[in-house]
Design a protein. Structure first.
Lengths: 202, 405
């Protein structure tokens, strides 16, 4: 809806939120904060999709990225390492950083400028209704869809297999036994959560 | 009766058309007139539901519920229905305690992150004929997308509180929401398959006719629809953290879960967000399975459509309160088992049944309906019985925990 009057203001607000949260996601010290900012970035991107009239893509973006990927990211941060740790960067040289940034940027920008889609005349009324997407998925793109479904099912089964692997019987039994008086206490290794106790006051 | 049915729509158009508004302001007036009644009405419904719930719980537990507070400075008691105003005032003026080592910003934002998306979901619910704030083509998807945001809010609340009970509560909450979202979505997919649209207005329209002149075409009156309705209600109960699925805030185990470190108005916002989530999901259950705003009998269409919606809505809320009062809380492994080993397979089988129902819809010979009914009902019923029995055999029996049983 490019002719809509309030579009530019709304677009600039949403784009600003998206950009600022993306910058925060890169630069904040606390990793969990970074993860939450990333979720905000995903949501901002989704609102831009929605504003462009791509209803299905926008809502799917929120459903998948904010609902699943962001949760996965924050949980991974929480469960795998102490979120308070300040990671030292691989390289402190800003020259190297700049070079990497330029290479990445160029490798994205050059193909975009060479792509034929730039010279296509834009379709004025994008007709990407949910029904159309569904029909395309079920007819033209049914094989890729099935392939993705297969991959996802395999991933799901793999996750279940990993989660189902119990500890050896003896160790479990030993852990279940109440500690005997004088005997060595069984080694319990609780998962290290990054929830700080009282001693990590800021 | 057309006038009474459309009274709110007509009133909205009438107010928007006043020459008093400058033309640039007109769209905003129209938007405001859609939003403000929703917020006002459901906030009031929230207050009344809390009192009704406490009174009903009291009745079930053989005691009085709140029955004192009425209109202040008078002798009018209203049978205790002024209680929610007193509670609200109390919440507002309570001290807002933030733990010393809490992550202040995230702690502050968590209640908002829960409450705002939940309010947005009301935008797509059709409360009556021509009465939905926006008619989205993908209304169902909109609802589930916004529901996904609440998991992040729960995480924010639990993590930022710097409290072990809060974190355990948040983990339980997120695990539960993610697990029960699957049966919730899968049970609605059956409806989408039959109707062929994600638009909620379209789904209501598909249920608005009657066969034989008196049987409404509500989805709950079909074998797949009834099964999906039951699964949807169970999953909805878990999704909104209500008893018997209130493990995330099980007060006898982990104090109040992720709400442990919240007080005052932030706590009230969480409370509000939870009830709004319940209202939204109940509104969806009404829309998807109980025919939305359509009347149960054709001659009852003289009663305004919005009244039918709210009657069904109130009935389902009463059902939720009844369940909360009577069913004890589950244990964590029972909760996961119910979702993954029972509800997910059953909802998947229900999808197949819905497909059979859809494709057998063209049968024209006599007795076709009976055959469809018997076949679909038998598949769902036998799957239910087989899974229910099968999960108690040796191989699938629950793991024995020495210190838990």
């Amino acid at each position: 809806m490019p002719t809509n009057a309030p579009m530019p203001i709304a677009f600039f607000v949403l784009a600003g939120v998206t950009l600022v949260s993306a910058i925060c996601a890169m630069s904040l010290r606390n990793l969990v904060h970074c993860g939450l900012c990333l979720a905000l970035t995903f949501a901002g991107l989704a609102t831009i999709y929605l504003q462009l009239g791509a209803e299905f893509v926008g809502l799917a973006q929120i459903l998948v990225y904010v609902g699943a990927v962001a949760i996965l990211i924050v949980f991974t941060i929480l469960l795998t390492r102490n979120a308070e740790v300040h990671i030292s960067p691989v390289s402190r040289s800003w020259m190297v950083g700049l070079a990497v940034a330029i290479i990445v940027c160029a490798s994205l920008v050059l193909p975009i400028f060479q792509s034929p889609s730039l010279h296509r005349t834009p379709i004025m009324t994008p007709d990407a209704t949910v029904r159309l997407i569904g029909e395309k998925l079920m007819t033209q793109y049914v094989i890729p869809l099935e392939a993705i479904a297969l991959v996802l099912t395999a991933a799901l089964l793999g996750a279940v297999v990993i989660a189902m692997r119990d500890e050896p019987e003896e160790k479990t039994k030993q852990m279940m036994e109440p500690p005997r008086r004088g005997g060595a206490k069984p080694e319990l290794d609780p998962p290290r959560l990054s929830i700080p106790a009282v001693e990590t006051r800021q | 009766m057309e006038g009474v049915d459309q009274i709110f729509v007509i009133a909205k158009h009438w107010i928007t058309a006043w020459s008093f508004w400058p033309n640039a302001l007109r769209p905003f007036v129209s938007i405001l007139l859609s939003i403000v009644p929703i917020i006002g009405l459901f906030a009031l419904a929230f207050g009344i539901t809390t009192v009704v719930e406490r009174k009903a719980l009291g009745r079930v537990q053989n005691r009085y519920g709140p029955n004192r507070v009425g209109i202040p400075l008078t002798k009018i008691r209203l049978a205790g229905f002024g209680q929610f105003m007193a509670d609200g005032i109390k919440m507002l003026i309570k001290e807002d305690i933030v733990p010393f080592s809490a992550d202040k910003v995230v702690h502050y934002l968590a209640p908002l992150a829960l409450a705002i998306p939940v309010w947005l979901t009301f935008a797509v619910i059709p409360f009556g004929r021509n009465m939905s704030a926006i008619d989205l083509d993908a209304g169902l998807l909109f609802f589930f997308a916004l529901g996904a945001g609440s998991e992040l809010a729960v995480f924010m609340a639990g993590w930022s509180s710097r409290n072990k009970y809060a974190l355990v509560g948040a983990m339980r909450g997120i695990a539960q929401m993610i697990s029960y979202e699957i049966p919730l979505v899968l049970s609605t997919v059956a409806v989408v398959m039959i109707v062929g649209s994600l638009s909620l207005n379209e789904i209501v329209r598909a249920q608005s006719s009657y066969s034989l002149g008196f049987i409404p075409h509500w989805h709950v009156f079909t074998p797949w629809g009834f099964a999906a309705f039951v699964f949807f209600m169970i999953a909805a109960c878990a999704e909104t953290n209500r008893a018997p699925f209130d493990l995330p805030e099980a007060e006898s185990e982990i104090i109040a879960g992720y709400l442990t470190e919240y007080s005052g108005f932030k706590y009230a916002l969480f409370f509000l967000g939870e009830y709004m989530g319940l209202f939204a999901i109940t509104g969806f259950a009404v829309t998807l399975f109980l025919g939305g705003w359509t009347a149960p009998l054709p001659f009852l269409n003289v009663v305004p459509s919005w009244l039918w919606f709210f009657l069904k809505f109130a009935t389902l809320i009463a059902l939720f309160i009844w369940v909360r009062a009577t069913v004890p809380r589950l244990r964590m492994d029972q909760l996961m088992k119910l979702a993954w080993k029972f509800l997910v397979p059953l909802t998947l089988i229900n999808l197949l049944v819905a497909a059979v129902w859809h494709y057998s819809g063209g049968w024209a010979f006599t007795g076709a309906l009976a055959i469809r009914w018997v076949f679909c009902g038998a598949v769902i019923g036998s799957a239910y019985v087989a899974l229910g029995r099968g999960l108690h055999t040796k191989h699938f029996a629950p793991r024995a925990y020495r210190y838990a049983d």
